[in-house]
Design a binder for this molecule. Structure first.
Ligand SMILES: [Zn+2]
Length: 258
């Protein structure tokens, strides 16, 4: 076991070696992989979903239903940040590792689509996505594209072209259950993996936080890269408490060239 307040060469090499030997990798990513792309960590992992400042209330399903204009007012700057954000070296490093030939599934707590923008092929979005919107009245689904662009530009609340109902971004709001399909898919990926990597998540929200434990209980190796300690560091093969946007490229470099 390697504990490192700053990444040492040994920890990086140990992590790279685990990647080289792995046959199937699951990477669990949280807010920490998106902050280097300029997306604020708006979701307090301590309490559930979205809870910085007032979002716990404003980003709830209840507010969306009763005062959609309050929700959209809060959401507009965040949506703007998300749609202009670009993947950072951590996202790119994961794509490089996948392309190098290690089958990889990403389980993400983020809604910003940055893994897909970077080119990752298998991404399970536990908290939904901003890519699509659904009508709250007739359930018709739309691609976010034009609706969100207009909303960001002038604040126009997106409305259904079919029934004029309000369109809700397909992200999981406070008070909403995680999508069962995503939960099952993630659990199944975890059961099949022999290396689990936690990247930029403090692992404080169940059921996502339980996934690394399921992996190690089944004999998978575990690498944790996160600024702050997580509950499962004691079970990890390698712990690197540092910036994922620095560490993942270092690991990828060693795997690919070393
Ligand atoms: Zn509709």
């Amino acid at each position: 076991m390697t504990f490192s307040p700053r990444a040492t060469g040994t920890a990086l090499e140990d992590a790279a070696e685990l990647f080289r030997k792995a046959r199937r990798v699951v990477v669990l990513t949280g807010a920490g992989i998106s902050t280097p792309s300029g997306i604020p960590d708006f979701r307090s992992e301590g309490t559930g979903l979205w809870s910085r400042d007032e979002p716990l209330e404003v980003a709830s399903l209840n507010t969306f239903r009763t005062h959609p204009e309050s929700f959209f007012k809060w959401f507009r700057p965040l949506a703007g940040q998300i749609f202009t954000a670009q993947p950072n070296p951590a996202h790119t490093a994961l794509v490089e590792l996948e392309n190098w030939g290690i089958p990889q599934t990403i389980v993400t707590q983020n809604i910003d689509m940055l893994h897909q923008k970077a080119g990752s092929k298998h991404v399970i979005e536990m908290h939904g996505t901003l890519k699509t919107l659904s009508c709250t009245r007739c359930y018709r689904k739309y691609d976010s594209g034009d609706f969100v662009k207009r909303f960001i530009d002038d604040g126009t609340i997106p409305l259904c072209l079919n029934c004029n109902g309000i369109l809700k971004p397909d992200v999981i709001l406070f008070g909403e259950q995680l999508p069962q399909s995503a939960v099952f898919e993630a659990q199944s990926a975890v059961r099949a993996c022999d290396l689990m990597v936690v990247a930029g998540s403090s692992l404080e929200v169940l059921p996502v936080a339980g996934l690394p434990m399921q992996a190690v209980d089944r004999g998978a190796h575990l690498v944790v890269i996160n600024h702050s300690p997580t509950y499962i560091n004691v079970r990890a093969d390698v712990v690197i408490m540092d910036d994922v946007a620095v560490i993942l490229p270092e690991i990828a470099k060693r795997v690919l060239h070393g």
